[in-house]
Write a protein that binds this ligand. Structure first.
Ligand code: C5P
Length: 406
């Protein structure tokens, strides 16, 4: 991001406080940041905080005498190499979709020729309203890239999609969009749960959210690694710039992974169901008589990780598996490393007390043939970035898996 010109438009939403952190992250990455606050945005964060963090004066008025002498909105639009609207409120998305320009922020957008990204943030019902979805579709077809929103609890107490993505996630999307030089490396990442059909209305699945795997795919892509994300059914919307192949069952995931080969790297982060019905019932299964127990005959699913790690001709240079355990973490993980023939295992405790499944944090231990390395607790985004960095240096420096501590 060194010296990239990023213009940040901050609208009026409670998520605006996260935009201050986003400015810090962008500047830490070397970008030059200017910001425009809408009138509502100024009610949530002050121009003083924003200009202190960007290191640039802030000018929010469309018809400011001094700035407009230099055609302020045109100058800003020319200066920007990328415009990021975060938080993007329902109201501002509507203004953008209609091409209106009632204030400086919207006038700059209308005058801009650079790429535009929006991180929407609003109440779940505002997000789901057909009018908002129409505006969104119009903007996406105009080439505006949406980052999120995420699903979760809202400041107003509602739950659902509408939360602005965390600054880390927005930063990764920005890096990917700002043309990080391609490394020539390719990766396949599986993420999320799988869903195994029992009958037309029932299925077997697990509690995986897909958050960690999506973050890893995004972190690899942000490093210029061409990444395919093979994603099981989840509520989380992956970043639009990620090449995502959506699948439902383990068998579909297995096929999609093998079709996506060859690749330099395979990261198996998905929580693949171990079992499936050989043939799901065609019609909804009925209770028969008064029986108190019921038995389903389950068949073993293909082990996707092992099937890739044990390939003869097409094996990726680095194969990374995950071990989600609730007991004997290291012992089970070491056994998995050998039995699945992968190069690294990322072992994490997913016991109820850990809060890993669906949570924001993860504590992992990385195992190779030679080493066991405990990593401190990090957010899933931080873990993804750290792991992606380690993977890239292993693949590019030719360091092998027993030199993990480099
Ligand atoms: O055997 P277990 O499910 O504990 O192994 C976990 C690791 O194996 C994860 O990396 C997971 O993505 C992968 N896996 C797979 N296909 C399966 C089962 C697990 O790729 N059928």
């Amino acid at each position: 991001m060194q010296d990239r010109h990023i213009l940040l438009i901050i609208c009026g939403g409670i998520a605006a406080y996260k935009s201050l952190e986003l400015i810090r992250c962008l500047r830490k990455d070397g970008a030059e940041v200017k910001a425009v606050l809408t009138a509502a945005g100024e009610k949530f964060v002050t121009p003083l905080s924003v200009s202190a963090l960007t290191g640039n004066p802030i000018n929010n008025a469309l018809l400011d005498h001094e700035a407009e002498a230099d055609f302020g909105h045109i100058e800003l639009a020319r200066w920007a190499e990328l415009i990021v609207v975060a938080p993007a409120t329902a109201d501002f998305l509507s203004i953008m979709a209609q091409g209106q320009a009632p204030d400086l922020a919207s006038a700059v957008l209308l005058a801009a020729t650079c790429p535009v990204m929006c991180a929407p943030a609003m109440n779940v019902h505002m997000w789901q309203k057909p009018a908002t979805q129409r505006n969104l579709a119009a903007l996406v077809s105009d080439g505006v890239e949406m980052i999120g929103p995420e699903e979760g609890e809202m400041a107003c107490g509602d739950f659902g999609p509408g939360r602005m993505c965390e600054p880390d996630v927005i930063l990764q999307a920005i890096c990917a969009r700002s043309g990080v030089p391609a490394t020539g490396l390719t990766a396949i990442v599986t993420a999320g749960p799988t869903r195994e059909s029992i009958d037309p209305v029932r299925y077997l699945t697990n509690r995986s959210s897909g958050k960690q795997g999506i973050a890893i795919a995004a972190a690899l892509a942000a490093r210029g690694i061409r990444t395919k994300l093979i994603l099981g059914p989840t509520e989380i919307v992956p970043p639009a710039h990620l090449q995502t192949i959506s699948v439902t069952s383990a068998a579909e995931m297995h096929t999609a992974v093998h079709e996506a080969l060859p690749a330099d790297l395979f990261v198996a982060c998905a929580a693949v169901a171990d079992w499936r019905l050989a043939v799901p019932h065609e019609h909804k299964m009925k209770k028969r008589g008064r029986e108190e127990t019921f038995t389903l005959e389950l068949h073993r699913n293909p082990d996707i990780l092992a099937s890739v790690a044990k390939l003869k001709g097409n094996r990726p240079r680095l194969v990374v598996g995950f071990a989600a355990e609730t007991e004997n973490l290291i012992g089970n993980a070491r056994h998995k490393l050998a039995s699945k023939a992968c190069d690294w295992i990322v072992a994490n405790d997913v016991g109820a007390a850990s809060g890993t499944f669906g949570g924001a944090h993860n504590t992992v231990t990385i195992l190779t043939d030679q080493k066991t390395e405990e990593w401190p607790t990090m957010t899933k985004q931080e873990l993804a970035r750290t792991l992606a960095g380690r993977i890239q240096s292993t693949l590019t420096d030719g360091r092998d898996q027993d030199q993990l501590d480099g």
